[in-house]
Design a protein around this ligand. Structure first.
Ligand SMILES: C[S@@+](CC[C@H](N)C(=O)[O-])C[C@H]1O[C@@H](n2cnc3c(N)ncnc32)[C@H](O)[C@@H]1O
Length: 283
């Protein structure tokens, strides 16, 4: 793997530890149970927006322990999942064996993608908690563009930046939300020290410091425009994919929503589809 800076190394240690613990958490056990029953860990809004991916060659970025990679495989794609965490890749390979769902998993850092997978994929997919770990979104979009065949597609489903801006303590009031963290990108990233993870706040973890970046919707859109790709849609959804606070309510569809009367008034997720140009760009 190409050398990474010290902030990325710190984040890598944080992820290696959590990747080794996540499979046993209730959060991931629910995803795995859906796969075991013949279903998908992907959420209905993502399945609907992805459409028919049968026969496509798909790259899943920041695949973590592989639950969504295996879902993409179950939808009929040939999938490669990549992640910078060696532990996540081991876990994902084991899950693929245990569930009997084929996929390839390789350790790869975002900045090494296009040298490794030049024009290799019809679709690049990434989702759920991926952007805040990236120091340079324009470079991220360039790397994605470099992995796509001409006319290839990119799809992202991610927490809305409004969610990242929510206050740490009591963000959900009865009829309003309370904000604390920046919505807009800052000159310097934030440093956080947190035990556990989104999957289980009580996990007994030792590597607890991370460096993270905030990115607005505009930053994401402009990264793809700068990379020369066309944005097909940007959708904001009232449904989320994890319980940001205990007040969030889980529906039968696996989505999490704000309690009434806040449900439907604020975005929790956004999705983007972008397309790689079909031919060589003119001068
Ligand atoms: C929140 S998890 C993604 C969750 C996943 N979509 C799921 O549903 O399980 C974020 C992942 O990004 C990976 N990651 C963070 N920074 C990375 C980088 N610079 N290059 C590659 N992977 C990275 C982490 O190892 C982690 O597995």
């Amino acid at each position: 793997m190409a050398s990474v800076d010290s902030r990325t190394e710190l984040n890598q240690a944080w992820w290696n530890e959590r990747a080794g613990l996540h499979r046993q958490t209730r959060f991931y056990q629910k995803h795995i149970a859906r796969l075991t029953r013949g279903g998908l860990s992907l959420l209905p809004l993502e399945v609907g927006e992805l459409g028919d991916i049968r026969g496509l060659n798909v790259l899943h970025l920041q695949c973590h322990i592989g639950t969504d990679t295996l879902s993409l495989s179950r939808l009929g794609a040939t999938v490669t999942g990549v992640d910078f965490s060696a532990v996540a890749i081991q876990e994902a390979r084991q899950l693929s064996l245990d569930l009997g769902i084929p996929a390839t998993f390789e350790q790869c850092e975002i900045t090494s993608l296009k040298s490794r997978y030049a024009e290799a994929f019809d679709l690049v997919f990434t989702s759920h908690g991926v952007l805040s770990w990236l120091p340079d979104l324009k470079e991220w979009a360039r790397q994605i563009s470099g992995c796509l065949v001409p006319g290839g597609q990119f799809y992202l489903s991610e927490s809305h930046p409004l969610v990242w801006a929510l206050a740490e303590e009591s963000p959900v009031q009865e009829t309003s939300l309370s904000l604390e963290f920046p919505y807009l990108a800052q000159d310097q990233p934030g440093t956080f020290v947190d035990t556990g993870s989104y999957a289980d706040r009580e996990l007994p973890t030792q590597a607890n410091e991370t460096t993270q970046w905030s990115w607005s919707l505009g930053d994401v859109v402009n990264a793809f425009i700068t990379a020369g790709m066309t944005i097909n849609h940007l959708h904001e959804h009232a449904a989320g994919f994890y319980p940001v606070t205990p007040e969030f309510q889980e529906g039968a569809d696996g989505h999490y929503r704000l309690p009434d009367p806040l449900d439907g008034r604020f975005p929790l997720t956004f999705t983007i589809r972008a397309t790689q140009p079909c031919g060589v760009q003119g001068p």
